[in-house]
Design a protein around this ligand. Structure first.
Ligand SMILES: Cc1ncc(C[n+]2csc(CCOP(=O)(O)OP(=O)(O)O)c2C)c(N)n1
Ligand SMILES: [Mg+2]
Length: 1013
């Protein structure tokens, strides 16, 4: 039978152009195969076939304008002509409704037949629904509370309710309806899973690691006091790391993907000290801690760029680690749900300081972790109650505060507050006074206790109530001093980790209480200055040795020698055996990903021809590129488009239907626009990461995808599109971390430019992102004007990053200004020039008297081109016009060449690419972009020619493009005027021409610089 394929509902658009016909007459097509591409002035979208069959006739051609209901083609098909299709979601709703009607029928039937069975059924349902199973009992409780309210008021009623909740928690109910539980461990001693480890050996190993970590910092600072480093942080966290290393964290190997661990930045010395025992780092390397200039030094903190075979994640800029870890865990699920990776139960662990939790970013994405059911994510917050200057919450309790926040966000919270020595005390606390003091004591006091001694704790803590003083009456001060904190107790930590890894359905946070500078004695333990402690004198060192029984004699301690047991010792054997059982060493960074073959050169050929009268923006050109890439079988599955709620702004709504939006639960509703072609489609295997309004979250996703080649051995191509203003300046630190992480992928600063994004105003108009991006050494930035430039740059980016695996990333700005795009110039070095940053796009040489070199970038190149025509037509001035695709790249080339020449004074001079292009040309240079003058000025030192620049310095403001360009003096008229003035200054023409132009164009000489307005 013959079927008609019509233009579907395309939303608010009418008369949309057909830009591609993707099928041929006679071709067999499947259902959902794209048949034509439509393009409005805002977006392009493919129309899929809704039937399978053979194309009989094609009723449209490229360039036709079509609207809903127009005939595209006819198909001969064997399919039965189906009735109007019911969307699957509607179908599901109908089915559910039908089945619930059936259920009700069942109940009625059962009621008639057998009353008892119905009751049973109801009972189960009631309990499951949290409804009332004993209304009489409930009424008793209600009456009691009402009586209290009437008699003693609401404070008393509130108090009783709180007491009841706490009581029920103590009695074993963990379904407590409160933000907080009492200040005791979440896991009761009876519930704890026991560690299978040899505690004796593990303690020894931990002591050696502690010693070597401290020794490494002290030795470095003895040699060079300026080097710095931290002892107190790892001292507080050693047990938290050791339990993970000995029992939980599985390394990547050829059989398993490995757990991913984000180590707290300042605890890096501990990781080096362990790697030393593992035989992965030498003494010599430990002795080069923080001395990285010579090859082989150890970086201060985790930096993959500096130690690319060791560190996996940069974390030391606080708040970055937690966000990166959350999106990492999410990206793991994304890869699994898209069928690109097996689900092996891998986990992401993230270690954080309690002070670090002050960073808004640290808590900023915890809601996402719950929404996405990230049970592959475990946070460990080391609550040593101190940050750099002093207590984190001297007057409160950080553990309780965090518990409330994380519980509120739906996390599984495990508090590890007290060590095993407290167990019997808590069990004997029949009056509840011990828990009462625990709840009442603030962190400032807890810190002070550990800076003092057992007697002080007896008096100030247990001494608060006679009942608690009595509780410890049989204990010596020394016993009281030994009452340990949960984070230093390997049993408690093991039990918490065990519970965390078994948790399903939600992320887990382990909140562990520790002591900053644990074991450092008077000068370091729990004192406010611990964080800065990087030197220990001999007495401190001897104390530390004794405290942890490190087998070094006094002389060795004085020499601050490292300690490593013999390779055949039981300790080293144990340590290695544990790691071998867990698959290898951690941290370690490797990559075995397969490169992605770059699409053939001709894939973007359609971008090299003129668009004729058709106008489009470079943002739209980019969307066309992406649409085409989605037809390349190598590239398509690896693309990860990331958008923070701006798909429609960038004309990308066509992607919703084409590749779907990733949603781990699929789509549980029928979208409002389900009848439309670009309807909002969420899917478990969806490809687009629609992040919502979070630039830092989107950036974290981009980093996760762009480092997938090492974290999962899968090369992915993330493309994150954002308003360029909300890019680098918003998430600069993440971009820096991306560079450190060697992220590969594209950042697209869309709607870019200070004057190109017209109406949006001061906080939207970007005139400096290229300057910020230029600060990142491995970020390659481009500001293209025309579609073919974009195509050449994009393809090269794919080749360099994803086929050749260069550890770089691309920042490309695209605009939303519509204009027609010319054909790509035929010169053979055009592509080379586009990539190096400059090429000649046009030359006017009619008069052969006076010449000027005009360099334009991004949107302002077109103003240059227009100005050149005026200069020629009205002033008989010739010009060469250069499209500068990247001032940043030209500057980098300039820096290198200049350095080479200065270091090789006797050699033949090298020439910058800029000089190669412009060195022999006539006339001065006038350069302009839609960015601050500093953008173009970057290349000023690398040419011997006179150089002048224009730019958009100052705050943006809303107005029309035309007015803005005039205001910032980068429009055609200003370029002409400045051009004439430059030529006058160079004594190439008389100055009267510039004066005339100023008058002619009504340029106000007295207008202040835009920076002052
Ligand atoms: C974004 C950022 N701001 C400031 C610092 C400087 N800094 C380093 S450590 C530190 C205190 C850390 O306290 P906490 O998170 O409690 O870690 P601890 O050492 O106590 O485990 C500060 C402020 C930093 N590294 N990153
Ligand atoms: Mg701290």
């Amino acid at each position: 039978m013959s079927l008609k394929l019509l233009i579907p509902d395309i939303g608010d658009f009418d008369n949309v152009e057909i830009i591609e016909i993707l099928v041929k007459k006679g071709q067999k097509i499947n259902k959902n195969d794209p048949v034509v591409t439509l393009e409005s002035d805002k977006s392009s979208v493919e129309v899929p076939s809704n039937h399978e069959g053979q194309v009989e006739s094609i009723n449209v051609k490229i360039g036709d304008k079509v609207s809903k209901g127009d005939l595209i083609l006819t198909l001969s098909s064997n399919e039965e002509k189906s009735n109007e299709k019911i969307p699957p979601v509607t179908e599901k709703i109908i089915q559910e409704a039908e089945s619930s009607i059936n259920e009700t029928d069942d109940v009625i039937e059962t009621e008639d037949k057998n009353i008892k069975s119905k009751k049973l059924k109801e009972e189960v349902k009631i309990v499951a629904n949290n409804k009332d199973i004993d209304p009489l009992e409930t009424k008793d409780w209600m009456d009691s509370i009402s009586a209290v309210l009437k008699k003693d008021g609401k404070q008393r009623a509130q108090f009783l309710i709180k007491e009841l909740i706490e009581h029920s928690y103590k009695e074993g109910s963990d379904l407590v309806l409160s933000r907080n539980t009492p200040y005791i461990n979440t896991i009761s001693p009876e519930e704890e899973t026991k560690s299978p480890g040899d505690q004796n050996i593990e303690r020894k190993l931990r002591s050696f690691i502690r010693w070597n970590a401290a020794a490494m910092v002290v030795r470095a600072n003895k040699k060079f006091p300026e080097l710095g480093g931290h002892i107190g942080t790892f001292a507080s966290a050693a047990t938290l790391y050791d339990v993970g290393m000995n029992h939980f964290w599985r390394a990547k190997n050829n059989k398993f993907g490995g757990d991913l661990i984000y180590f707290q930045g300042h605890s890096a010395p501990g990781m080096y000290a362990r790697a030393f025992l593992e035989g992965r780092l030498s003494k010599k390397q430990l002795d080069s801690f923080r001395q990285e200039v010579k090859h082989g030094g150890l970086s201060s903190y985790p930096h993959p760029w500096l130690m690319p075979n060791f560190w996996q994640f940069p974390t030391v800029s606080m708040g970055i680690g937690p966000m990166l870890a959350i999106y990492q865990a999410r990206f793991m699920k994304y890869l699994i749900n898209r069928g690109l990776m097996k689900d092996e139960g891998r986990k992401v662990w993230c270690f954080l300081g309690d002070g670090e939790m002050d960073e808004p970013e640290s808590l900023g994405a915890i809601g996402l972790a719950t929404r996405e059911n990230l049970d592959n994510l475990i946070f460990v917050v080391n609550c040593n109650l101190q940050r750099l200057d002093g207590p984190v919450r001297g007057n409160g309790k950080i553990i309780q505060e965090l518990e409330g926040i994380f519980r509120g966000a739906g996390w599984n919270v495990i508090k590890v507050i007290w060590g095993s020595y407290w167990d019997s005390l808590l069990a004997n606390d029949k009056t509840g006074h011990l828990i009462k003091i625990m709840n009442e004591t603030v962190d400032g006091e807890y810190q002070a206790f550990k800076a003092r001694n057992g007697l002080y704790v007896r008096e100030k803590f247990f001494g608060k109530y006679p009942e608690t003083l009595e509780l410890v009456s049989a204990m010596s001060d020394k016993d009281i001093w030994r009452l340990n904190r949960g984070g230093h107790d390997p049993h408690k930590v093991y039990a918490a980790y065990d519970k965390a890894v078994k948790n399903t359905g939600s992320p887990t946070v382990i909140i562990a209480k520790t002591i900053k500078g644990y074991g450092m004695g008077k000068t370091g333990e729990s004192v406010n200055t611990t964080h800065q402690q990087k030197k220990l004198d001999v007495d401190d060192l001897l104390y530390y040795r004794d405290r942890f029984d490190v087998p070094l004699n006094d002389e060795q301690v004085k020499n601050i020698e490292y300690f490593k047991p013999d390779e055949n010792s039981e300790e080293i054997k144990y340590l290695k055996e544990k790691r071998m059982k867990l698959g290898g060493f951690i941290p370690e960074r490797t990559s075995y990903s397969k490169p992605i073959k770059t699409p053939s050169k001709d894939i973007f050929d359609f971008m090299k021809v003129s668009t004729g009268d058709k106008e489009m923006s470079t943002t739209m050109a980019l969307v066309r590129i992406l649409t085409n890439l989605l037809r390349d079988k190598n590239v398509a599955p690896k693309l990860v488009p990331i958008i923070p709620d701006e798909a429609r702004t960038f004309g990308m709504e066509g992607f919703f239907q084409k590749i779907g939006i990733y949603a781990h639960e699929g789509q549980k509703y029928e979208p409002e626009d389900s009848a439309q072609l670009s309807s909002y489609r969420e899917e478990k295997s969806g490809q687009v990461l629609e992040e919502g309004i979070t630039e830092s979250g989107s950036m974290s996703s981009w980093i996760a995808a762009g480092t997938s080649y090492t974290n999962h051995d899968i090369e992915m191509i993330p493309i994150y599109l954002f308003y360029s203003m909300f890019g680098f300046q918003r998430i600069g630190d993440f971009a820096w971390a991306a560079g450190d992480s060697q992220t590969r992928g594209f950042l697209i600063g869309a709607t870019a430019g200070r004057t190109t994004l017209a109406g949006e105003g001061l906080q939207h108009q970007d005139g400096h992102s290229h300057l910020i991006s230029s600060t990142i050494p491995n970020c390659i930035s481009y500001d293209p004007t025309f579609h073919y430039e974009l195509a050449v740059i994009f393809r090269e980016g794919l080749r360099r990053m994803h086929e050749k695996n260069e550890n770089i990333f691309y920042y490309i700005t695209t605009m939303n200004e519509n204009y027609s795009h010319p054909e790509m110039p035929k010169e053979k070095n055009c592509e080379e020039g586009i990539l190096k940053g400059i090429y000649k796009i046009k030359e006017h040489s009619k008069y052969k008297k006076t010449k000027i070199q005009l360099l334009g970038s991004g949107a302002i190149l077109r103003e240059m081109m227009l100005a050149a025509e005026v200069l020629q037509d009205e002033y008989q001035i010739d010009s060469e016009i250069w499209s500068v695709t990247s001032f940043n790249e030209l500057r980098r080339d300039g820096l290198e060449v200049e350095r080479y020449n200065l270091l090789n004074p006797t050699e033949e001079k090298k020439i910058t690419y800029l000089e190669k292009c412009l060195g022999k040309t006539e006339g001065p240079i006038l350069a302009a972009s839609d960015y601050m003058r500093m953008n173009a000025d970057q290349i000023r030192p690398y040419t011997s020619k006179s150089f002048y620049s224009l730019g958009t310095d100052g705050y943006g403001r809303s107005d029309t493009r035309k007015n803005l360009r005039r205001f910032f003096e980068v429009d055609k008229q200003h370029i002409v005027t400045y051009g004439l003035s430059v030529l006058a200054k160079e004594q190439l023409i008389a100055s009267k021409y510039a004066e005339e132009a100023i008058k002619k164009y009504n340029i106000d000489k007295n207008k202040p610089m835009p920076t002052k307005l």
